[in-house]
Design a protein around this ligand. Structure first.
Ligand code: 13P
Length: 281
């Protein structure tokens, strides 16, 4: 029923009491688990998939599943392309009806990132979709992308990037990285606060897996509106499959299918509680 744009779900500028969770899904079972979590907690949700994971889940197949899940879901749901790197994939996501796309130009020099991001904003806005883009560099690797070092976002660059590109959400690098952390990160909350004071553009936190409850709360209290969680859902689903197999070695395909739904749902609910998003639908 309610397919919406992610920007409609963000807490208003100045309301730092919660953040919206954006959860990566790679198949129908994960999408079902995400819907279940959102409906049980009456929490709006963003479903997303990163371009770097499409080798496992081609967008032409997964995209329509995500769109159907959003339309079927009883709470407001946005469908988002995470870490779009090529215009081809971004155009495909828009043609499938995704309500937002991310363009990740963080590997380019600032001027080029601005120019390429503006091109995506023009394209997406013309189709009524919203755009997220990244400035600075979140570390680690999302899916098949090459692992990169963290480059903490500069305040003046963030302000300029938001103003010149016209983006609807800005991913900032404040010490987080994609994937599981080898060492607990120390977040640059001072930098986050300064960026939030310099621009009203909604801010996005990537690399959510493995952060502490305090980290999440400290981030949304300082202006983060969207928090991305991917690895933790993949790990939670894999752990549930192993648990089912451990308890029932004769388990069949459908037992494992249920395990993915439940593993995803459990992880998403856990994070939604921490993000304070329950009953916000
Ligand atoms: P994690 O895999 O670390 O949760 O990061 C998710 C993310 O930022 C997706 O863009």
């Amino acid at each position: 029923m309610p397919l919406v744009k992610m920007t409609e779900l963000f807490p208003k500028y100045g309301d730092n009491s919660y953040a919206i969770g954006a959860f990566n899904v790679s198949d129908m079972e994960m999408a079902m688990g995400a819907m279940k979590a959102a409906e049980e907690l009456k929490a709006p949700i963003i479903l997303q998939i990163a371009e770097g994971r499409l080798r496992y889940s081609p967008l032409k197949l997964l995209g329509p599943i995500m769109m159907a899940a959003a339309k079927e879901c009883k709470v407001p749901t946005a469908v988002h392309l995470d870490h779009g790197g090529t215009l081809e994939t971004i155009k495909l996501a828009l043609s499938l009806g995704f309500t937002s796309v991310m363009f990740d130009g963080s590997k380019y020099p600032l001027e080029e990132n601005i120019a390429r991001t503006k091109e995506v904003v023009e394209l997406a806005h013309a189709q009524g979709a919203a755009v997220e883009a990244e400035i600075g560099c979140v570390g680690g690797a999302e899916g098949d992308y090459k692992s990169v070092d963290i480059l903490v976002t500069d305040v003046a660059e963030a302000k300029r990037f938001a103003a010149e590109t016209g983006i609807d959400a800005m991913a900032v690098a404040i010490g987080t990285a994609h994937g599981n952390y080898q060492e607990q990160p120390k977040l640059r909350l001072d930098r986050l606060q300064a960026i939030a004071e310099a621009t009203e553009c909604p801010l996005v936190l990537h690399g959510g897996t493995g952060l502490t409850e305090d980290d999440f709360r400290n981030c949304y209290k300082r202006g983060i509106k969207k928090i991305n969680i991917a690895t933790a859902s993949y790990d939670s689903s894999a752990a549930k499959i192993k648990e089912v197999y451990g308890e029932k070695p004769e388990a069949n395909y459908f037992d494992f299918s249920d395990a993915i739904v439940q593993g995803t749902c459990d992880n998403i609910k856990k994070h939604m509680y921490i993000f304070g998003v329950e009953n916000k639908a």
